[in-house]
Design a protein around this ligand. Structure first.
Ligand code: PMP
Length: 371
């Protein structure tokens, strides 16, 4: 239930600051939480009216842009830190180290500040200055390192692991293969969606994947609770190997990239593997960047929702899933974060032109291209 998700996020045993675990009012009042970690989770489920009308299905988006750190990754960040605490891998004053180019690092930096840990982030040096600045403003120590492949020992993930190994009382949270990540969604995202749909009164769930935590954890919960009734699909951007894997069990890189940041994957991570291997992911859809970009602008214009490109991909895919499952079917997806972290790209004429995506923006929505 949502109550248990809230209980998990407010009663972490090893808070460095006793006040941080205090209940603000007793008995707890709805909507009143303790500290940053108490505010993680319990996001609204928004009916996307325009897309529901257009597709004849009912489309809902879980508003993860309303998380206290701004994205769906606040859940994973909190869960991997709690897991390290529970396993005794880290204690007050310790250091959390992660390799991440974006939202996980931001979530971790928030969680670490609120719990009194140091936070060290390794990222590829191709990332925007805004992200580096934000992480530093949140108190993280940031190391931009050359963007080299995973099999190179200088890859940011390996550097993060070695940094943690070199310190006392430090943990590499390893978001890709640490299954505390998907557990966040088994414990919180899944149960919240279940409660928000009157006990699973919906037909399909669809989401794109980066580490796999959101899709796999939510799918695991929904499949078990609905005894397999709810369809769970993957949505995949260009350049990711997962769509082809779900369709043909082949893991082959296609070469093209995508403008959608934070999603797409070249392998089956430990977070995703169990659900894929157990056949819980029923189907998948490939979503071209033009559809994701158009949806960014449509959601803004028609719904007043300012969402990032991975969220737009999810929303578009939910509409397509709705059309495939049929009239009146209810589909749930994830609105992973807001457009704020990407606005210098998504709303820039020059950038859209460079990416060959200017034509993807409908003529009547070009007025939103203000940069
Ligand atoms: N969208 C955005 C913007 C993200 O940062 C991420 C995390 N990489 C995702 C989607 C995918 O989430 P997950 O890692 O749980 O698969």
């Amino acid at each position: 239930s949502t109550a248990s998700a809230r209980a998990i996020s407010t009663t972490a045993p090893s808070m460095s600051n006793a006040a941080a675990s205090a209940t603000p009012f007793s008995p707890p009042k709805p909507g009143t939480v303790s500290g940053f970690v108490g505010a993680v989770g319990n996001t609204p489920l928004i009916r996307i009216n325009s897309l529901s009308e257009k597709t004849g299905a009912e489309i809902y988006g879980k508003a993860e842009f309303m998380q206290p750190g701004g994205s769906v990754k606040d859940r994973a960040a909190l869960w991997v830190v709690k897991d390290a605490e529970e396993k005794g891998l880290i204690s007050p004053g310790g250091t959390v180290v992660e390799g991440t180019a974006g939202n996980t690092g931001i979530g971790l930096a928030h969680v670490c500040r609120s719990k009194g840990y140091k936070c060290v982030i390794y990222m590829p040096n191709t990332q925007s200055q805004e992200k580096i600045d934000l992480l530093r403003m949140l108190g993280a120590e940031v190391y931009p390192v050359p963007a080299v492949a995973f099999d190179n020992p200088q890859n940011y993930n390996h550097q993060a692991r070695r940094h943690a190994e070199s310190l006392e009382n430090a943990v590499w949270t390893n978001q890709f293969d640490n299954t505390a990540n998907r557990q966040a969604h088994i414990d919180s995202t899944g149960p919240e969606i279940w409660a928000q749909t009157n006990g699973g009164q919906f037909d399909g769930f669809i989401a794109a994947t980066g580490t796999g935590g959101t899709l796999a954890g939510t799918t695991r919960f929904l499949k078990e609770k609905s005894e397999g009734r709810i369809q769970c699909w993957l949505a995949d951007p260009p350049g990711s190997v997962l769509h082809q894997y779900i369709q043909q069990q082949k893991l082959e890189r296609t070469g093209t990239g995508s403008i959608t940041e934070g999603i797409g994957q070249g392998r089956l991570t430990e977070n995703l593997k169990p659900e894929v291997q157990d056949g819980l992911i029923d189907d998948s859809l490939h979503v071209p960047d033009a559809d994701s970009i158009r949806t960014v602008y449509e959601m803004l214009h028609e719904e007043g929702l300012y969402i990032g490109a991975s969220s737009a991909l999810n929303v578009f895919a939910a509409g397509e899933m709705g059309k495939k499952l049929g009239k009146g079917k209810k589909i749930v997806t994830i609105i992973c974060d807001g457009a704020y972290r990407y606005q210098n790209r998504l709303f820039s004429r020059k950038w859209l032109q460079e990416k060959g995506l200017l034509e993807a923006v409908p003529k009547h929505l070009e007025k939103y291209i203000v940069l």
